[in-house]
Design a protein around this ligand. Structure first.
Ligand code: 4GN
Length: 250
């Protein structure tokens, strides 16, 4: 069972997401435990302060090392012998992707550190954190939303959580291609029709259509992804056809 600890000054931000949907089911199934810790509880001074003015001056506040070091120590002690990944969410981190989610899904114990204010004391990064992760090139008011994104993407990969193991093998970013279009009933919704091939019952043709649509969509929207993956000979042929079609329309 994976253990997830989250250090935050705003624990209530996590109650909704850990209490809903797949993340809740994952816990009920015994695939994961969530432990939300307010690191203000570890502040030693009587005003329970977790931040302070920056050395050298300047605007904003900096998160002090002591409460975060002590909270992480405590969580490591409670967990016993293992060596958890201690993850800091920050814009300077490595940009998160599906491969990193898969790698984290193989760990026993993850500790997420979510900061607010202007920054973290550098000694937190240097001596406590094992991984700095960014969910993209934008700034948030705190690390909490970024931690939720990472946790969601990791937990859904844990064995048994999605139920349908096939659904993540076929995910975009696992195949390296974007997903094909999906349709459900009715076959004709106010004149907008489902492609005939999907109603044909011919599974070979349907698979072929889906694979072509994946390639088409990836070529249109994320051509960069096509550079990164190994295509089958058949896929290369389709890609050539699609590129020619595209050219002839220009
Ligand atoms: C993470 C944290 C963006 C990300 C954050 C991100 C909070 N913003 N792109 N903001 O993953 C300095 C100290 C900014 C807290 C941190």
């Amino acid at each position: 069972m994976m253990k997830i600890d989250v250090l935050t000054l705003f624990p209530e931000m996590f109650t909704g997401i850990f209490g809903s949907s797949i993340l809740k089911k994952a816990r009920e199934q015994g695939a994961v435990t969530y432990n939300i810790v307010n690191f203000r509880d570890y502040a030693e001074n009587k005003h329970k302060t977790v931040d302070d003015y920056p050395y050298g001056g300047g605007a904003g506040m900096v998160l002090k090392p002591q409460p975060i070091f002590d909270a992480v120590s405590d969580l490591k002690e409670k967990a016993g012998s293992g060596s958890p990944r201690v993850i800091l969410l920050c814009p300077q981190g490595k940009t998160f992707n599906q491969k990193m989610a898969e790698e984290l899904a193989g760990e026993e114990h993850l500790i997420f550190v979510c900061g607010h204010y202007e920054g973290y004391d550098e000694r937190i990064r240097k001596y406590l954190i094992t991984d700095e992760i960014s969910i993209g090139d934008y700034v948030l008011t705190g690390g909490e939303l970024a931690a939720m994104v990472v946790i969601d993407s990791v937990v859904r990969l844990l064995p048994g959580v999605l139920g349908n193991e096939e659904s993540h093998r076929k995910d975009s970013f696992s195949t390296g291609l974007l997903e094909h279009p999906h349709y459900t009933r009715p076959a004709d919704f106010r004149g907008m029709k489902v492609p005939d091939v999907l109603l044909s019952g011919n599974h070979r043709l349907i698979e072929e259509w889906r694979e072509k649509e994946s390639i088409k969509r990836t070529l249109e929207r994320r051509p960069d992804l096509l550079e990164k993956i190994e295509l089958t000979e058949q896929q290369k042929k389709w890609l050539e056809e699609l590129r020619k079609e595209k050219k002839s329309l220009e």
